[in-house]
Design a protein around this ligand. Structure first.
Ligand code: NDP
Ligand code: 8X3
Length: 252
C-alpha cells in the first residue's frame, strides 16, 4: 500500500483513529480529519514517525467548510486513493414522540449529508483517474431498527442505501465501494449519544467484551488491501456476545 493516500473522516477518536494508526503502520499516507484540532495535532505528531501525514480541521456537516478544506490540501496530498467515510455519531436515544429535533438535525446533517458532501468533493478526481476506493462506515443500526434508535437508524439506513448507490454510480469508473456495519464498538460513541454522561456510557459496554476500534480498523485494512478485482461490498460485524441490535448476552 506504499504511496497510497487515504482520507479519513472522524480520525480524532475511536474507529477512525485506530484506522489511521493501522494505515500508518502500513505506510499509507494520511489526510486526517475532524473538528478537534488538538487531537489532530497529537495524532499527526505520533503518526508522522511512520508515514507522511497532513490534517484538515472541519465540520463534515458544513458544506462550505468541507469544500474549502479539501481545496486547501497541499499538492502532494491532492490525489486521494482511499476515502474512509467514518465521521458520525448518535445523538440521544428516545422515542419519535419525545425526540429532540436538534439531535435529529445533527444526525441527518453529520451522518448523511456530511458523508455526501465529503464524497461529492472527492469522487470527481477518482472518476477522472478511473481509480479509487470508498469505505462507508454504516452500522447494524442501518440494517435493523431498534427501540428509541429511530433517527440514528434512519441515518444509517441512508448510509446503507448510499453505499449501494455509489457502487452503481461508480461501477463504470473502476472505483470500489464497501460498507462495514459494526455492532457495539467501545469508543466515545456512547459518551456522545448520552451527551457526556460517562457513567451511562460505560454501562453500555459493561458485562461483555465489546468490539474494540482496532477490530474494525483491521477489517477496514483487510477490505482495502484485497487484490484489485476483489470488492467486499457489505460486512456486518458483531461482538461475539451480540446476536442483534437488541440481543446481547451480558454477565451480571
Ligand atoms: P467516536 O465518537 O469515538 O468518533 C466519532 C468521530 O467522528 C470523531 O473523530 C469525531 O471527530 C467525528 N465527528 C463527529 N461529528 C463530526 C462532524 N460534525 N464533523 C467532523 N467530524 C465529526 O465514535 P466511533 O469511532 O464509534 O464512530 C465512528 C463511526 O462508526 C460513526 O459513523 C458511527 O456511527 C459508526 N459506528 C459506531 C459504532 C459503535 O458502537 N461505536 C457501531 C456502528 C457504527 P470530532 O469530534 O473531532 O469532530
Ligand atoms: C452503533 C451501534 O447498536 O448503538 O451504530 O446502533 S448501535
Amino acid at each position: 500500500m506504499n504511496h497510497k493516500t487515504a482520507f479519513i473522516t472522524g480520525a480524532t477518536s475511536g474507529i477512525g483513529k485506530a484506522t489511521a494508526q493501522l494505515f500508518a503502520q502500513n505506510k499509507i499516507r494520511l489526510i486526517l480529519c475532524g473538528r478537534r484540532g488538538d487531537r489532530l495535532d497529537q495524532l499527526k505528531e505520533e503518526l508522522s514517525q511512520l508515514t507522511e501525514v497532513t490534517t484538515l480541521q472541519f465540520d463534515v456537516s458544513n458544506r462550505e467548510e468541507v469544500f474549502k478544506a479539501i481545496a486547501s490540501l497541499p499538492n502532494e496530498f491532492k490525489k486521494i486513493d482511499i476515502l474512509i467515510n467514518n465521521a458520525g455519531n448518535a445523538h440521544g436515544l428516545s422515542t419519535v414522540q419525545d425526540g429532540n429535533m436538534d439531535d435529529w438535525d445533527a444526525m441527518i446533517d453529520i451522518n448523511v449529508k456530511g458523508l455526501l458532501y465529503v464524497s461529492r468533493a472527492i469522487l470527481p478526481q477518482m472518476v477522472e483517474r478511473n481509480d479509487g476506493f470508498v469505505v462507508n462506515i454504516g452500522s447494524i443500526a442501518g440494517k435493523e431498527v431498534y427501540p428509541n434508535g429511530n433517527v440514528y437508524c434512519a441515518s444509517k439506513y441512508a448510509v446503507n442505501a448510499l453505499n449501494k448507490a455509489m457502487r452503481i454510480d461508480l461501477n463504470q469508473h473502476n472505483i470500489r465501494v464497501s460498507a462495514i456495519h459494526p455492532g457495539a464498538v467501545e469508543t466515545e460513541f456512547s459518551e456522545v449519544r448520552f451527551k457526556g454522561d460517562k457513567e451511562k456510557a460505560k454501562n453500555v459496554y459493561k458485562g461483555f467484551k465489546a468490539l474494540q476500534p482496532e477490530d474494525i480498523a483491521d477489517i477496514i485494512y483487510f477490505v482495502i488491501s484485497r487484490p484489485y478485482h476483489v470488492n467486499i461490498e457489505d460486512l456486518i460485524v458483531y461482538p461475539t456476545a451480540q446476536a442483534s441490535a437488541t440481543i446481547l448476552k451480558k454477565e451480571v
